[in-house]
Design a binder for this molecule. Structure first.
Ligand code: NAG
Ligand code: NAG
Ligand code: NAG
Ligand code: NAG
Ligand code: NAG
Ligand code: NAG
Length: 239
């Protein structure tokens, strides 16, 4: 009996949604941001983005997940779909976004600074694309970030010291890029960090002494760089 009324309620909600669908367009800022993201895509041999059309609500578009309550975009995941194009700065307007996963495509150009506006972002997975330019220092404003993987791209420049502010970060991966310079000592402030992958770049200098404070670090890969000197004694003792 209780179960039945539960289903009735759900049915009612669905009916209301369906009949009111021309009005429930969802948040227009999100909609605009998604359309701008699509507009930048120059290659889509699998015709994935054709599902991103106005005959259905954007929460039904391939790769888009919305929260039930507000129909705001919480995840944008398009993995290994042969998509190419630059990343639109409009992504920075998806203010409810928790996960951006574009692994294994051919996205290029830079990571937009505007992404610093994504205050709820927890996962940024851009591995195996052709993304170049520098890592935006603005990412440090995404204070909820816990997993960042940008392996297998064309990132240049140095790791911004500001990334040391991301106190929730557990995974940070920059393997196989063209990053250089010294490793910022501020990364030693990432007290939640468990995995740090920096192999196959052009880093130089030494491993900062501050890394001895990374008590949760269980994977630290640094080979394939021009790092000299010794591993901080604390790292050796702790792990
Ligand atoms: C859509 O989202 C933006 C940014 O979060 C907000 O400013 C705006 O008020 C929202 N609009 C509606 C209709 O909810
Ligand atoms: C719009 O998307 C739906 C769902 O993927 C698809 O069936 C339909 O063919 C698309 N319409 C156009 C005009 O591409
Ligand atoms: C979204 O982002 C773009 C580019 O970053 C900006 O020009 C635009 O004004 C923003 N706001 C809305 C509501 O789309
Ligand atoms: C970096 O982010 C701040 C706010 O977080 C913003 O004011 C600034 O315009 C951003 N920089 C660029 C180049 O977009
Ligand atoms: C990126 O590609 C490499 C080589 O094909 C693969 O080993 C790795 O697992 C990929 N990374 C991710 C995060 O998918
Ligand atoms: C982060 O680390 C740097 C260098 O190790 C240090 O100077 C700075 O005070 C630290 N900042 C915070 C907020 O802990």
């Amino acid at each position: 009996m209780i179960l039945l009324s539960f289903f009735n309620l759900q049915g009612l909600n669905l009916l209301r949604l369906a009949t009111a669908s021309p009005l429930i367009r969802g948040n227009d800022t999100d909609r605009q941001a998604l359309l701008q993201f699509k507009a930048k895509i120059t290659g889509d041999p699998l015709k994935i983005m054709e599902s991103w059309n106005s005959s259905i609500h954007f929460y039904q578009w391939i790769g888009v997940t919305c929260c039930r309550k507000h129909r705001r975009v919480t995840k944008l995941k398009l993995r290994i779909l042969k998509l190419s194009g630059p990343l639109s700065p409009y992504i920075g307007n998806l203010s409810f976004l928790r996960e951006l996963g574009l692994v294994g495509n051919s996205f290029y150009n830079q990571i937009p600074q505007e992404m610093g506006g994504l205050r709820r972002l927890e996962a940024l997975h851009l591995a195996n694309n052709s993304i170049g330019g520098e890592i935006p220092s603005n990412l440090s404003a995404c204070s909820k970030l816990s997993s960042v993987n940008m392996m297998g791209n064309r990132l240049i420049g140095e790791i911004p010291a500001s990334l040391g502010l991301l106190s929730n970060l557990k995974v940070l991966g920059f393997v196989h890029n063209s990053l250089r310079g010294s490793i910022p000592p501020s990364l030693g402030n990432l007290s939640s960090l468990e995995k740090l992958g920096l192999t196959y770049n052009a880093f130089s200098g030494i491993i900062p002494e501050s890394f001895g404070r990374l008590r949760n670090l269980s994977v630290f890969a640094i080979f394939g760089n021009a790092i000299s000197g010794i591993v901080p004694i604390v790292l050796l003792l702790e792990h």
